[in-house]
Design a protein. Sequence first.
Lengths: 406, 383, 335
Amino acid sequence: MKKIILDSLGQSQHRGFNFRNLLYNNEARAFFFQIATLLIVIGLFYTAIGNLFENIEARGIHTGFSFLKNRAGFDILPFLGNYVVDYTPESPNLSVFYVGLINTLVVAFIGIILSTLIGLLIGIARLSNNYLISKLAGGYIELFRNIPILLQILFWYNLFINVFPHPKQSFSFFDLAFLNQRGLYLPKPIPEEGFLFVGIAFIIGIIAAYFIKKFYKKKHELTGIHTSTWLYTATLIIGLPIIVYLLFGSPLQFDYAILGKFNLKGGMAVVPEFLALTFALSVYTATYIAEAIRSGIEAVDKGQKEAAAAIGLTQIQSLKLIVLPQALRVAIPPTINQYLNLTKNSSLATVIGYPELMSTFGGTVLNQVGQAVEILGMAMLVYLVISLFISLLLNYVNKKMAIQGR
Amino acid sequence: MSVYDQQATRKPPISQIGAILWLRTNLFSSWINTVLTATSLYFLYLMIPPLLDWMFFNASFSFGTINFFGFDIKFSEEMATNSNCGRVGACWPYIYEKLYMYTYGFYPRTETWRPNIVFGLTALLFVIIPLVKNYKYKNRVILSLIVIYPIVSYVLISGGFGLLPVVETHLWGGLLLTLVIASVGIIVSFPIGVVLALGRQSELRVIKLFSTLFIEFVRAVPLITILFMASFVLPLFLEPGNNSVDKLLRALIGIALFQAAYFAEVVRGGLQAIPRGQYEAADAIGLSYFQKNALIVLPQALKISIPNIVGSSISLFKDTTLVLIIGLLDMLAMVGLTTADPYWLGRETEGYVFVTIVMWVMLYSMSRYSRKLELRFNTENTN
Amino acid sequence: MKQLLKLSAASLLVVGALGVQASTLSDVQAKGHLSCGVSKGLAGFSSADSSGTWTGIDVDVCRAVAAATLGDATKVKFVPLTAKERFTALQSGEIDMLSRNTTWTITRDASLGLNFAGVNYYDGQGFMVKSSLGISSALELGGAAVCIQAGTTTELNLADWGKSNGIDYNSVVSDTNAQTLSNYEAGRCDVLTTDASGLYSMRAGSNDPSEHVVLPEIISKEPLGPVVRQGDDAWFNIVRWSLNAMITAEEIGVTSATVDDVSNNPERERLMGRSGSTHEYVGLNSDWTYQIIKQVGNYSESFERNIGLNTPIGIARGVNALWSDGGILYSAPFR
């Protein structure tokens, strides 16, 4: 018995090659397990792929990616993707993929910003000393967290198209922008010659502001004198481009929306499907972000707040300089995970017909071409890349936020 | 020598007591708070009255007579139909008319007692778990319940084995199907998730690689792509001419694999929280890999992970609504089916509101329940 | 030993192949029920009533085939399918036939390994607008927003029609009928387009049906009918002639009420299998047509019961009237 245990610990003196030794040898066992797993996985794949080809043949399904070049032949709700790709029904199926991808990314991007803002607001409101606000924030979280997101998307969409007015009675903001059931109509910028310089001025402004901020921060650290920099920043980032813009004789025109026979024509329409989807996703995701922020704030030691009060910081200063920086360290990792969830949930837009990846490419194209393996594979790859990107971001932030020992 | 009469204590100013003090400190302590309070009240004013109007004051409740657990309750002389129900407020008779579909789908009416027992058992399970917490053999009780409950439920709902008439899966629908998908998803995926978590922590490179790849891949893609895969692509991977894997089973396979990846990450969190010394001690007393995990590591890791396991399960319950996209008739999909009845056209809003309320009540009580459970199980570790 | 293994493997393969090749009819009769793919809910075509019974004219085709092959119209397993999965379900053998308002096109007939067994409803894509717009022709729709359901041929038809008539529009796509209708009613779009039959049922489900008009233009042909797998001609015949039996019964005036009274009419006797041996040719019992008419009714009965003028959907026969009544419904003769 003792020998067996020794054998199994790999310390046996007798290195003779017998079966029992092999059975109880950790390394041999590990090797065997890994080979077995490998064989099983390969076998599974082999059978599945073999069946796949047989089935595809039997059912007369086409294979390969040549369908990407075929004419799509259907219309897509005009939104950002259409404008960027310049999509028409004559475009190939590959363009549909790009349109869907761009529309998915837009929802994810705006949704992430909006959900962070709402989450931050609700998370802080949850801890407010105003009874009504704190209870409302709690009610908000319990309400929206416990309703399936699919239902919430349907709810907001139907609310928007029923509450906003008909195009003929649009809410108008000084005839520049309009809001109605068909969407939010913004002036469409048409850059002319020379507008490039305005853009360059804007970038220069940002860089200059960054250095000024850095300079005063250093000064603050060295001398303790705090200088407010927001005036410089504003002048550089907003003022500089405006001056250049005027110098070049206003090289930017706007195309405003005007009322046509049925709809507003022209301008840049932000469709209600986008508004509803982004809003629903943000409202839902914000409940999780708010909880993350709240637990972050609660994790900050009470002494920190008291110390901040003791050295005479105002409530807002204490929140901004002492509490939030520490709270965010706890709150950010779960928040970034929620960003990934938000992006994945945007695929539910198919119920309201927002033209994102799964409703255009994974929907109509799949329906017409029928090549589920290729189409779903491409769609999954997109989400895989997005999630990889978000994990990288998370790792970077984690590293950056880690408490630096001095 | 002047006499000092003891003056009666003055009453505190009205602003410093009772309701007014409460209002001042809680609602109007600063001008910002006052503005916030006013805005909130205005929001509530905008939202609540129209909702109440639609749901109650303008709604139709002409159910006729409803038999409620054997008691006849008379709501009105006449039963409402779609046309005399009105369009201003909600038409609740629609819900009553379609309640069976929303609850059981196409399940045969003569066999309704079977899903009813399962509903009852499910509720009982939720009651028993906190009750036995101080019982000596509670782990054994809970474990055996977790094993027995699915078997009994399956036999009851699906029938067969020469005991009960078979009810095929295409007849299951509504709340019943929602519960079946959620519970099968949770129960089947859990062991897979544990194995995957151990695989990811394993020192065997190949196993670690496969587990990690699977977990990361599944967690990166949306559930609906997995459901589409299960629904359209999985049949292509099966032997040609094999139809034994029906639609529900395909969806269940997709959901179980999806959930397994999430459980794996939750359990891995628990595994990582176990101090290194526990592993070393287990090795030192010569336990095998399986003994070590089954007796020492997993019991501790799973206990730590309970809150997250429950949270992940609740998320899955919410996600079951997505099966409507691949054409299964769960509770949400019933809205579309029941409003396609030519005699009840155009009642989607009522349907959606009803499903929302039912889902919310279930999910909210589940999250409250899990929080209570968490507290109860936590108290043992406070020393 | 090796030989033996090879032999048994080969025999297994043969048995497997036979299993696939076996006739759908004997399969159905062995199972004791017919698996029929239907829509997940399209008023009048296939929907479930409050007691969970499937009704509709597509459903009636399934029931007719069940009555013919099994002698019992209730022995149908209805499999609700989405538009995306309907052909896969038929190809894989999950269902025995598909009766799910499916348009007969050359692509589907020739490239999917399927056969269309006939037409049970002649449909066409049309438009519905609010009467308050004061529009009387679809050609006035330039610049309008059009509500449309995703994943169907209607999207392609609309694009073609817009291009050939020089009409630009915005399409607002939704996933379900219900959402398409609520988009249109809320005013998200000016026009709703789908198959004309769908327009009528949507109008019936709207808040005030009198507010909407269906425009006269029909921009496509949509012959809808039952579909079977290619390669089983006997089964194809059964489905085709079950549908034809319903139409013929209407032509010669046999209804479920009068089916017992044949009264020496040679045509009726032939249809009812009292004379001739047509039933042997399709491989069914001699009373197969009797069972269809008795249990399901003739085409007219099915139409009037499910989508006719006395139902909330209220569709007139129109082109779906018999050829002798000015429509195009026509059955090859039972002879």
